[in-house]
Design a protein around this ligand. Structure first.
Ligand code: C5P
Length: 404
């Protein structure tokens, strides 16, 4: 059930910490791998050595890892997991999570991640019932954190009621349930998709450049929509004003040549969407020094060379190297249909989304667009819609085509 899944197991301090060892064993039996992090208080209940031996990789504790590793190491650690499981989760760790505190390795990883989190609380019944814990659990649930347990029963402290850590088998079932549900909800899971976005910038001298007004908004919306379908999105972006898409690998570039190199490096991929407004020409003789505007000096002469057509190059790659689905855009002013059809032919892409960027259309830089969609099956008018709606529609269609 968990083949190929990597779980980050965060163990906080409580009598039930020993049950995390059984949970790690069950994860492994189900085909998954587990990396453990122990909070400092967890080390009073179980030894990191035992956990390391069972998980087959060094259990990390806040004590030496925070001084030995860089912050990036922790961020990587939490993002590379397919799911983070906090078991047992004490009232204190739950409170820190709910309030976004990052004061040790465990809480830093929990805050720095965009991976889903499953929490298995374990605490004294009165602590579980306390108004503050109720509030914190409600906050976590509102943030999308999943909760399993706690069970009711006799507690180590002699009291009776809810607060006991859910049995390791129950936590495992919740983990398996998460993955079976998420594979239905995430049809592009495990599939890499490259998205280019934004303008490129071609230098004339160290401070001047040729570029265009692409905002990058459509590219960001597409990248986020594809990530939402579960894809591993590599987002290659020129200098754009739009904020980077969440849940994607961001590769910032400046020039068209850099964009091409970054796209080639990201291949192979299942799909590629070319949203960038790439400068058609680059300056062949950029000056190493800033051009001076001395009154008697002749104005500089700028020479141009054509930039590589990244979409056309990738669409022409041989089978095996070519992404299965190559999607291009056409921004046209006038005669949209005929030009878009011709462009799909010329570029060799599978799908082409055309929009009218005539003055007055406010597509460039705006929130809305109007799309004509071209494929082997013909043409579809998507009409006027927001860039987010266009992105969601494209991502769903890509998911249907690429899911098997
Ligand atoms: O030829 P035109 O610029 O109109 O083509 C637009 C499509 O081609 C877009 O998908 C754009 O991202 C892509 N393109 C590219 N490399 C270029 C020029 C355009 O990938 N040098």
């Amino acid at each position: 059930m968990l083949a190929g899944k990597h779980i980050l197991v965060i163990i906080s301090g409580g009598i039930a910490a020993y049950k995390a060892i059984e949970l790690i064993r069950l994860i492994q039996k189900a085909g998954g791998t587990a990396q453990a992090i122990l909070t400092q208080s967890a080390t009073h209940f179980i030894s990191p050595l035992t956990v390391s031996a069972i998980s087959g990789r060094p259990a990390l504790t806040e004590l030496f890892d925070l001084t030995r590793e860089t912050e990036i190491g922790h961020i990587e650690l939490s993002r590379s997991a397919d799911l983070i499981v906090v078991a047992p989760a004490t009232a204190s760790l739950i409170a820190r999570m709910a309030n976004g505190l990052a004061d040790d390795l465990a809480s830093t990883c929990l805050l720095a991640t965009d991976t889903d989190i499953l929490v298995a609380p374990a605490m004294n019944v009165r602590m579980w019932d306390a108004a503050a814990t109720r509030r914190n659990i409600a906050l976590l649930e509102a943030d999308g954190v999943k909760i399993v347990g706690p069970d009711a029963g006799e507690m180590a402290c002699g009291e009776y009621g809810p607060g006991r850590l859910a049995e390791p088998e129950t936590v495992l079932a919740a983990i398996e349930g998460y993955f079976s549900q998420s594979s239905a909800l995430r049809p592009l899971a495990g599939k890499k998709i490259v998205v280019t976005s934004g303008p490129t910038r071609e230098p004339i001298d160290p401070v001047r450049y040729i570029s265009n007004a692409s905002s990058g908004k459509q590219g960001v919306a597409i990248a986020e929509a594809l990530a939402g379908e579960g894809a591993d999105v590599v987002f290659v972006t020129g200098p754009a004003e739009a904020a980077s898409p969440r849940g994607c690998t961001i590769v910032p570039v400046t020039t068209a040549l850099e964009m091409e190199a970054a796209v080639q490096k990201a291949l192979p991929a299942a799909g590629a969407v070319f949203c960038a407004a790439v400068a058609d020409w680059r300056v062949t003789n950029p000056s190493g020094q800033k051009f001076k505007k001395d009154a008697d000096a002749t104005p500089p002469r700028i020479e141009f060379a054509p930039n590589p057509d990244i979409l056309k190059t990738v669409a022409a790659l041989p089978e095996g190297k070519r992404p299965r689905l190559v999607v291009g855009f056409a921004a046209e002013t006038g005669d949209l249909r005929a030009r878009a059809r011709a462009k799909r032919e010329k570029k060799g892409c599978d799908w082409l989304l055309a929009n009218d960027v005539s003055p007055g259309s406010r597509v460039f830089g705006g929130e809305d667009t109007a799309i004509l969609f071209f494929s082997d099956e013909g043409e579809e008018d998507w009409g006027a819609l927001s860039k987010h709606q266009a992105a969601a529609r494209l991502a769903k269609r890509m998911a249907l085509t690429l899911k098997d």
